[in-house]
Design a protein. Sequence first.
Length: 172
Amino acid sequence: MSPTSQEQATSELISREDSSSARNLRTTAELEEIVTRIAATNQWADRVRFRGDRRWYERIHHASDHDIWIISWLPGQSTGFHDHGGSVGAFAVASGALHEISADGACHIAERGKTFSFVPDYAHDVRNDSTALAVSIHAYSPPLDEMNEYELDNGYLVLQHHIPRAGTNDCS
């Protein structure tokens, strides 16, 4: 499928949503529905690339109230602890399995079809601890425009980097 055809297919999936784009923001429940629907298709498969040096990602949809990303994960790749600034978000595993670890140490296993959502400033580490490849679909509202990276030190998150313009394909 050509990139233009892929964008049209993604837009068709998005256009099936209710017309809440007239509102300012999406709810976590709406974002969960979006990522679940996209992850259940194979329309993302031709877009995926895998990189040995870090996770690969691409924003596949951008609207005024939300954006959608696809992320690929090789075994051992991890985000490190981070938040999504003022955005709420959700992600669904489209293939493989991921571990989502919160700052308090709670660990959730996300397998194909499993969806997680979070509120603004929620910090977590998402990682592929398996021996298989993984792909996940992520949505943020408002569209992702900043992130913070943290180090976990004796049970406390310590800010390491603030990333402005995180909603570009230039940031991880």
